[in-house]
Write a protein that binds this ligand. Structure first.
Ligand code: TZP
Ligand code: MG
Length: 209
């Protein structure tokens, strides 16, 4: 199983783009392409349905050695024994998440500013998401933070930092040039004509960077 510390490319199976019927195929394609970690993000589904989908994904992610992260739902993460759980600024605190999911499960946190990134590290998160860098339909209500703080966040935060929000193949070079070492890609992968090909191509450019 890959660790979150060594991960560079983070994919998300977001039910805003993927139907429940396609979750297994999409999971397999993303893992085949080479994502290092994969999240299940389902904003409109019930906890029961999310647990069902997580149980569909887990045998696939595990067969590829890819850790599965459950977004928002601590109880689901605990019930299925996922490798990770992810909380946002308005969700449970990291300590609360850890109390529910146990010591084996890593905890990630979304951050939208330098101050939030530093606070997440102090709170004890295992990794952070940092963004949205660009405006994105996947998280439409957020003001993009741009690329200017990427270098500084890497100075102040020693945790793995996954830059997120509007990242795609066309923007990867400028995101890396701004100081990013790890990225999350959602819609650009889920909407690709050939998902595993898109992942593989982007991963190659990230790994050498
Ligand atoms: N958090 C910050 S931006 C974002 C999340 C979940 C969405 C990223 O999706 P995309 O499609 O890669 O812009
Ligand atoms: Mg959340």
């Amino acid at each position: 199983m890959k660790s979150i510390q060594e991960a560079r490319l983070y994919g998300i199976v977001d039910l805003g783009y993927v139907t429940a019927e396609n979750v297994a195929t999409m999971t397999d394609q993303l893992c085949l392409g080479g994502v290092d970690v994969l999240q299940l993000r389902a904003k409109k589904q019930t906890a029961q349905e999310i647990e069902r989908l997580a149980r569909v994904m887990l045998p696939i992610t595990r067969s590829h050695g890819v850790p599965l992260v459950i977004n928002d739902h601590l109880q689901v993460a605990a019930a299925v024994g996922s490798e990770g759980v992810h909380v946002g600024q308005d969700d449970d605190a990291v300590a609360r998440a850890r109390a529910v999911v146990g010591p084996e499960c890593f905890v990630g946190k979304s951050t939208h500013s330098l101050a939030q990134a530093v606070a997440a590290q102090e709170e004890g998160a295992d990794y952070i998401g940092f963004g949205p860098l660009y405006a994105t339909g996947t998280k439409p209500d957020y003001v993009p933070i741009g690329l200017n703080d990427i270098t500084e966040v890497h100075r102040r935060v020693t945790l793995p930092i996954f830059c997120i929000g509007g990242v795609n193949a066309g923007r990867l070079d400028e995101v890396i040039a701004a100081g990013a070492r790890r990225v999350v890609v959602v819609s650009a992968f889920l909407q690709a004509a050939d998902v595993s090909c898109e992942v593989r191509a982007l991963k190659q450019r990230l790994v050498v960077a």
